[in-house]
Design a protein around this ligand. Structure first.
Ligand SMILES: Cc1cc2nc3c(=O)[nH]c(=O)nc-3n(C[C@H](O)[C@H](O)[C@H](O)COP(=O)(O)OP(=O)(O)OC[C@H]3O[C@@H](n4cnc5c(N)ncnc54)[C@H](O)[C@@H]3O)c2cc1C
Length: 603
């Protein structure tokens, strides 16, 4: 296929909303090649041997143990998967990087945070924006685990408003150094890192600038005490103070004033990897909860036999199945986009940067959806364990506490929800995604008379795909009218943006699961995919219910009179099932399979 043709075929970021995707065109976990499967296996072995077996040490704030296991991960090459071979890495594709982030997250959030902060935001700014000299000097050390990295963006007065930091970088009189002075807080890996990526402002620049700063206490760098945190107990999180810290001008990252862009692009990658890091955490919790439910006897029967427990197990399994589907779908889109750009003559660095940026909407969607699913799953994990779930002697309690941070860092979920819709609207304005045409068509459809033909829903997912198509129309109806009404002022109507975002998120997640299952049902047979079919149906039902509620909230917030009535009727029409699925039966079917397998076995 020519690059041009490939370019046309691959869905661009945000286009899932207006373009139909064939199931053959999505990548699924079942498509992993031999190399990727081996990578997954060696990550799992590492986790079982080095992390899960020492789970209690991570809970006891053994920071030194985190550092020690990070070094072991380095020896096994797990820190270098995403690093190009020319800088000492394995140079594997984006999917492999995601696999490692995913399966390394199972045992403890402490390690996966340290891992993510080092391999992601601590290393990526240099591989993505560094000069050749900077990359040669630092990346091989970071890839091998000889050195560790940390990322200093947040300050006491600059959190979500990341470009408002007060840290200053002042050029020395001889023009050879910048002197950096300022206070950074919540810095992961601060306690043991060798290098900081620091964002500081030069003079009164509008935007901050990035620097690579080696960690040398004799150069005006001091650390605050370890923060006392709700979870991720062995992840080092400290304040970092820079006092006239001398940094050579050669250590500026990219150009002056480009720091905010670097920070945001590093976060795009960070977001999808964070979603991955919330996957195996869920699988492990489901595994532990299922084993417990199969063994715990109350009222003379294992508690798994109670509908109340089955319902939880089914919803937990469904959420991670859907999350996997969407995460790996997006990961492969990114990998393919990088390959296309490289074939077009971009350097790997440029290609990777643009490849991830293209799917920034999907990265935000995944960060929000998967972090929230992870939290619900760990919460229900505690509930299934009953009183034992509340005990610090079982891993449910720590999993619940560890999962909480994922909604906060890499951009809070509120910020990411608004970003997802905001970026989509911007793409539409620039003509990169045609929302206007489809939104106008939906408007016309609303004025027309609905068809009363009885559709043929005999094929697998025929009705579900029909519903999905209509759910997309809900987003186009709500967001299209809101943009018309408020124009650029829309971003000030946050509750409306959040509702629209939830619709967008549900559409992407539900579609990803349906496409994965359809693809697998075609090649492995419907019988072999019976549980996955049930999970896809259950999720779509839940998604539709969320969309009905959020759609109503949005519509009545800005439309009145006839317009409101018409849109509410549209919402009803677009979310209608001809044949309601039996949700209780679906949940029972899913839970029975998970119980029989004694855990989650669909990955
Ligand atoms: C354990 C941990 C590790 C971390 N690691 C790092 C790290 O390694 N490097 C680093 O630089 N930072 C790190 N952070 C910082 C983290 O990224 C920030 O905490 C996060 O971005 C939120 O900023 P904040 O805490 O200042 O909250 P705020 O920005 O003050 O937000 C408070 C609340 O207000 C909401 N809010 C803020 N602005 C808006 C808005 N415009 N519209 C609507 N709602 C809004 C937020 O969503 C949130 O609910 C870490 C934080 C923690 C807790």
């Amino acid at each position: 296929m020519s690059t041009e043709a490939a370019n046309k075929d691959i869905l661009r970021g945000g286009q899932f909303l207006v373009k139909e995707t064939n199931c053959e065109d999505v990548f699924t976990l079942e498509d992993l090649n031999e190399e990727q499967r081996m990578m997954r296996e060696s990550t799992k072995e590492f986790v079982d041997r080095e992390l899960w077996a020492h789970w209690e040490r991570f809970e006891k704030k053994d920071y030194a143990f985190t550092e020690e296991t990070m070094r072991k991960a380095g020896e096994l090459g797990l820190l270098s998967v995403a690093v190009p071979e020319s800088y000492g890495g394995m140079g594997m594709g984006f999917v492999s990087t995601m696999l490692v982030c995913d399966y390394i997250s199972g045992a403890t959030g402490s390690f996966s945070t340290a891992f993510g902060a080092h391999t992601g935001i601590g290393t990526m700014p240099i591989t993505l924006y560094g000069t050749e000299e900077q990359k040669q000097k630092y990346v091989p050390k970071l890839a091998s685990g000889e050195w560790f990295g940390a990322y200093c963006l947040t300050e006491p007065g600059a959190g979500s408003d990341a470009n408002s930091g007060k840290t200053k970088a002042v050029l020395s009189e001889d023009g050879k150094f910048y002197n950096i002075t300022g206070q950074k807080m919540w810095i992961s890996n601060a306690g043991f890192c060798n290098l900081f990526i620091v964002f500081a402002r030069i003079e009164d620049d509008k935007n901050i600038t990035g620097f690579i700063v080696e960690n040398d206490p004799s150069n005006g760098i001091t650390l605050g005490d370890e923060e006392k945190k709700l979870g991720i107990h062995s992840s080092s999180t400290r304040q970092v103070f820079f006092n006239e810290t001398k940094v050579s001008v050669e250590n500026m990252l990219s150009t002056r004033g480009n720091g905010f862009k670097i920070a945001m692009n590093a976060l795009n990658v960070g977001r999808i990897k964070l979603a991955a890091a919330c996957l195996d955490a869920q699988r492990r919790v489901i595994g532990e909860a299922t084993k417990y439910a199969n063994e715990r006897i109350q009222f003379k029967t294992p508690i798994i036999n109670f509908g109340a427990i089955k319902s939880k197990i089914a919803e937990m399994a469904t959420s991670v199945y859907v999350d996997e589907s969407a995460s790996y779908r997006a990961a492969k889109n990114i990998e393919d986009r990088i390959a296309i750009r490289e074939a077009e003559g971009n350097t790997h660095q440029e290609a990777e940067l643009k490849g991830v940026e293209e799917y920034a909407i999907e990265c935000s969607i995944l960060k929000v959806a998967v972090s929230e699913d992870c939290q619900n799953t760990t919460d229900e994990g505690i509930q299934i364990f009953g009183g034992m779930g509340f005990s610090a002697d079982t891993p449910m309690e720590s999993a619940w506490r560890d999962s909480r941070i994922a909604r906060i860092y890499e951009g809070t979920n509120e910020i990411n929800r608004m970003l997802a819709v905001g970026m989509l609207v911007k793409k539409a304005m620039k003509g990169h995604v045609d929302l206007l045409g489809p939104a106008t068509a939906v408007g016309e459809e609303l004025m027309g008379i609905p068809s009363f033909d009885a559709p043929d829903f005999s094929e697998l997912f025929a009705e579900e795909k029909d519903i999905l198509k209509r759910l997309k129309k809900v987003f186009l109806m709500v967001a299209g009218s809101a943009v018309q009404k408020f124009g650029p002022e829309l971003e000030n109507h946050q509750q409306l943006m959040l509702a629209a975002s939830d619709i967008l998120i549900e559409v992407y997640m539900a579609e990803s699961a349906l496409l994965r299952t359809e693809k697998n049902a075609k090649r492995f047979g419907e019988e072999a995919q019976a549980t996955q079919i049930a999970m896809s149906r259950l999720y779509l039902f839940n998604a539709t219910e969320t969309i009905i509620r959020r759609g109503k909230e949005a519509i009545v917030s800005f439309a009145e009179g006839d317009e409101q009535r018409m849109m509410l009727m549209g919402l009803k029409r677009f979310t209608k099932y001809t044949n309601y699925p039996n949700i209780v039966a679906l949940r029972t079917q899913i839970a029975d399979k998970v119980s029989a397998d004694n855990g989650y076995t669909f990955d």
